[in-house]
Design a protein around this ligand. Structure first.
Ligand SMILES: [Fe+2]
Length: 323
């Protein structure tokens, strides 16, 4: 059975994993590149995970071995080692465990390599994104002690507290650098099914009232004035307000964590995978040493907009949730 047939068979009932064998670090090997690129974007927008057996971008062996020796700070302020491309800055590593300048160079080069790869692979999205943070995750996920809202081993859809997306999509590309062990994930039913089941309890019905609330409009106006004055407050559109609440709701909902249709995936050493993590609930059960780059894909670039979480919310609430 081909990956396409497999996807067709399972997509009606659940999300799928699609293995990509026609794109590698040396580029496309398919004849109809435009058509194949569109096909992969459509699969992603339906909630599939795309898996590459090897990184589809250049990742030098010397960089990999350097990263395996980098240690993260013990502080829980930083959940991962983060690289911020807009500031060319790395945060969260233990000084002394690695040469900070070398780490910055490696993370910069990794971030650029993934962005170049994605521009060649997902042609309909090419550069129609904001390059968000990259991260390196050297801590074993199994048994990590983190506050509940920061835990990676509980199923959740992504929403960033400090970086509202305004309905633009969160696409994340991961690579398992571990030379010996797989990274193990659990996924659940996609956003539209989840929000239909749990949305009411998570505040879906309040969206309409909030959309029409003069008090909320005034509150956001004050926040914008404060931001203009340099006070670092977060101005959240209705979409992000709901999604952040939904992220917290899902992590603390025992019934959801233990029930529903769930799938377990093992990502082998040196594999790369990508998924819209604002749509596909996911949990990292175990694994150590993963690289990740986040892209905020603009809504305008989507091929199937009605499947986007912001459109699902608007359909259910009957109001606009983005600015
Ligand atoms: Fe996540």
């Amino acid at each position: 059975m081909t990956a396409f047939e497999f996807f067709q068979r399972v997509s009606k009932v659940h999300m799928a994993l699609v293995e990509v064998h026609e794109f590698s670090a040396s580029g496309w090997s398919a004849p109809d590149v435009q058509g194949r690129a569109r096909w992969y974007c459509e699969r992603l927008e339906e909630g599939a995970i795309l898996l590459f057996p090897q990184p589809p971008f250049l990742l030098p062996e010397s960089d990999r071995s350097f990263l395996l020796n980098v240690r993260q700070t013990a502080s829980t302020v930083h959940k991962n080692i983060a690289y911020k491309p807009d500031r060319d800055r790395v945060q969260g590593f233990t000084r002394g465990s690695a040469d900070g300048e070398a780490l910055r160079r490696i993370m910069r080069s990794y971030s650029q390599a993934v962005a170049d790869f994605l521009a060649d692979f997902l042609l309909p999205y090419a550069r129609r994104w904001r390059l968000d943070f990259a991260s390196y995750r050297p801590i074993e996920e199994e048994g990590r002690t983190l506050p509940i809202q920061k835990r990676n081993d509980l199923l959740h859809v992504d929403s960033f507290p400090t970086r509202p997306s305004n309905g633009h999509r969160i696409l994340r590309v991961f690579t398992n650098l571990n030379p010996e062990r797989s990274r193990v994930w659990l996924t659940g039913e996609p956003f539209d099914a989840l929000v239909r089941q749990y949305g009411k309890e998570a505040g879906l019905e309040q969206l309409r009232a909030k959309a029409c609330s003069p008090a909320r409009a005034l509150f956001r106006h004050v926040i914008r004035l404060a931001r203009a004055a340099g006070i670092p407050l977060v101005d959240r559109p209705l979409y992000d307000e709901f999604m952040l609440g939904f992220h917290h709701y899902l992590k603390s909902n025992q019934k959801f964590q233990e029930g529903g249709r769930q799938s377990k995936w093992e990502f082998p050493p040196m594999s790369t995978w990508m998924v819209f993590t604002d749509m596909v609930p996911h949990a990292a059960l175990s694994g150590q040493y993963a690289l990740e780059q986040t892209f905020i894909i603009f809504r305008e670039a989507l091929l199937e907009p009605p499947k986007a979480p912001y459109r699902v919310l608007e359909e259910l609430a009957g109001v606009s949730v983005v600015d």
